[in-house]
Design a protein around this ligand. Structure first.
Ligand code: CO
Length: 192
């Protein structure tokens, strides 16, 4: 089932997500719904708060980039209760987008390497190091579990320049080709 994506301004995107345990009801189905939602909206990663659940879980499928970026070959993963242990390497600037912030891309500076601890879908505890684009996607999705959006990390000038656009997204004044939950949608306004 495709789930609606929470839009910028939705309060759940600002909460610190909570850990889950093995008995979390419907986990397998929820993960499958997250993949379906991510593929339907052409995303490369999706965090649970983006589908309105404040739990520590995100998924990534970077395999479509596998032919260009070696770190993305076979990089399809489920991260449960993840914690970033270390960030290292040099700071790299690259433009990012987010399914919760349609039609906006901005340069974000992030460290090039990350060590992350998490449980996989079989509840096996992993500790892995990622670099390059894989590290960036992990950091972006991980931020969603900490209530952080990539627009928090852009320059003050860029923030000012996109302020109005972000307000519009919150109100539902945006064209996304997937279903979204808008926090400040005026009930009387009919969306086309
Ligand atoms: Co995002």
């Amino acid at each position: 089932m495709i789930l609606p994506v929470t839009a910028y301004g939705h309060p759940i995107l600002r909460k610190i997500a909570g850990e889950i345990d093995k008995d979390y009801p419907g986990l397998e189905q929820f993960i499958s719904d997250m993949f379906e939602t991510m593929y339907a909206s052409d995303g490369i990663g999706l965090a649970a708060p983006q589908v309105n659940r404040s739990i520590r879980l995100f998924i990534i499928d970077g395999t479509p980039y596998g032919d260009k970026l070696p770190e993305m070959v076979d990089f399809k993963k489920i991260f449960i209760n993840p914690y970033i242990l270390r960030e290292s390497g040099e700071d790299v600037s690259m433009d990012e987008g987010c399914l919760s912030i349609p039609n906006i891309r901005e340069e974000v500076i992030r460290p090039s390497e990350v060590v992350i601890e998490y449980f996989d879908e079989n509840w096996e505890l992993k500790e892995e190091k990622y670099s390059g684009f894989a590290a960036r996607v992990i950091q972006h999705e991980y931020d969603h579990l900490e209530g952080i959006m990539f627009t928090d990390k852009i320059s003050a000038l860029r923030k000012t320049l996109i302020r109005r656009k972000l307000q519009d997204i919150t109100k539902g004044k945006v064209n996304a080709d997937y279903k979204m939950i808008f926090p400040n949608l005026k009930k009387s306004k009919k969306l086309v």
